[in-house]
Design a protein around this ligand. Structure first.
Ligand code: CO
Length: 439
């Protein structure tokens, strides 16, 4: 099970690739793609389908045996975006000696210093001319070799570097992509690479490339480490590890002879790291509209009432990684709650309601863990530390679902390389599978 996670992490350097890989897994488990421009049709127990938005969010459904109005939805949510750097338009800056660096801007909240001095690559989507102006084509791009590096300043020029350094997003964080060897390359290094890479997939003419959403990504594969190989080192554990655990649980329910009792939903949102307020983010009404169509398609008589009843009977698990207790920084943590790596899923609480969890919804999730034979942990912030937020409550503002915020514990959240635990992945999949199979 773990090699599948590591492979997914490596194949998913950015949101677009993560969604593509999740869709491929769904297709191979006989989920059909639903085009939201067309009617949903009549749904029967066991029907499986998925829908995407903007190529960067994906929602998958298995229709349960019980009417949705009576049983509601069992939903796991996670996000597929991670902090990174977006390549700006007209990005190439040719410097002395023909060295070319790329102009970028920050996406989300990375620990910027962790992006220094490591091989990086680019990934994302490229928009190519289509049949008419309103319908261009999208091609995904993942350069599978080290292509860039953001190099540090030598310690000899900055003797205080180990005392903490303020970094400028515009000055310090620009990656080097190459050196021009002839004048024809000037201003064209990036586009040459894009054209070359796309032509490995299909013939593309340079003049047909209209625009792109391209980001930097770590080029070093994910791996396990530790005396017992008990830890995971990878970029984007937050939140691809939760996306994949949710996917594994959904796929597990398809292997049963009979459909699950309740209608199961896996919702993978984009743009959590920038506040979720996009059409493909958790603040969008898109998912609610699909759930409405599902609930109404099942009932000729109830109409919207079927959806309202379903919402009241649903439960949501908002799965986003939590902070594991760090052995070097005990003082940053709550005095009495220390969720540890390998200790199982973490339920997150916040008195100011940054998290959806309350005693009632936490009890539900803890009981699911107990039924699955998995221990679970609880996280609260040190009261003098602000802490983060997640998508659970943003979703709740458009879909008032009962739900819990949880996530697997990791160290160094938003580092280019985060640390997780192997055991926690197995625990999360078991807990989620229990949830999807529960009435
Ligand atoms: Co997250």
């Amino acid at each position: 099970m773990l090699p599948r996670l590591l492979h997914f992490l490596d194949a998913s350097p950015v949101n677009f690739l993560a969604v593509k890989n999740i869709c491929a897994e769904l297709e191979s488990a006989s989920f059909r793609r639903f085009n939201p421009q067309e009617p949903l049709g009549t749904l029967r127990a066991g029907d499986r389908f998925y829908v995407t938005k903007n190529d960067s969010s994906v929602y998958a459904f298995i229709i349960g045996q019980q009417p949705i109005a009576d049983a509601g939805f069992h939903m796991i949510c996670a996000h597929c975006d991670s902090p990174t750097f977006r390549i700006k338009p007209n990005a190439e800056i040719t410097c002395e000696g023909g060295i070319v660096k790329l102009n970028t801007e920050v996406y989300g909240g990375p620990i910027m210093s962790t992006w220094f001095d490591r091989p990086l690559t680019i990934a994302g989507r490229v928009i190519v001319r289509g049949n008419d102006a309103l319908h261009p084509n999208t091609l995904l791009l993942h350069v599978k070799r080290p292509l860039l590096q953001i190099s540090n300043l030598a310690i000899h020029f900055n003797r205080q570097v180990n005392d903490g350094v303020k970094l400028s997003k515009q000055k310090d964080m620009l990656p080097i992509i190459g050196m021009i060897t002839d004048e024809l390359e000037r201003g064209n290094l990036l586009m040459n690479t894009i054209v070359e890479e796309l032509n490995r997939q299909q013939p593309v003419r340079r003049e047909d490339i209209l625009d792109f959403d391209l980001y930097l990504a770590d080029a070093t594969p994910a791996c396990t480490f530790g005396i017992h190989d008990e830890f995971i080192s990878s970029g984007r554990l937050d939140d691809l590890s939760m996306c994949f655990a949710g996917l594994e649980a959904l796929l597990a329910t398809t292997r049963s002879e009979v459909p699950p009792a309740t209608t199961n939903v896996l919702a993978i949102f984009d743009n959590e790291e920038t506040g979720s307020q996009t059409k493909q983010g958790a603040g969008s009404p898109f998912l609610a509209s699909i759930l409405q169509r599902i609930a109404m398609s099942q009932s000729d008589t109830l109409g919207m009432e079927a959806f309202y009843q379903a919402v009241e009977r649903s439960f949501m698990v908002s799965a986003d990684n939590a902070h594991a207790w760090h052995p070097n920084y005990s003082e940053k943590y709550d005095p009495t709650n220390h969720p540890v790596l390998g200790g199982g899923p973490v339920i997150k609480f916040n008195a100011a309601q940054k998290y959806a969890s309350d005693a009632s919804s936490a009890a539900v999730f803890a009981e699911l863990c107990r039924e699955a034979g998995v221990s679970c942990q609880r996280f609260v912030n040190h009261s003098d530390v602000a802490g983060g937020s997640t998508l659970g409550n943003i979703l709740a503002s458009s879909l008032p679902l009962r739900g819990v915020d949880m996530g697997n514990p990791i160290l160094a959240m938003h580092s280019c390389r985060e640390t997780g635990a192997v055991a926690d992945h197995l625990y999360a999949v078991r807990a989620f599978t229990q949830f999807f199979n529960n009435r």
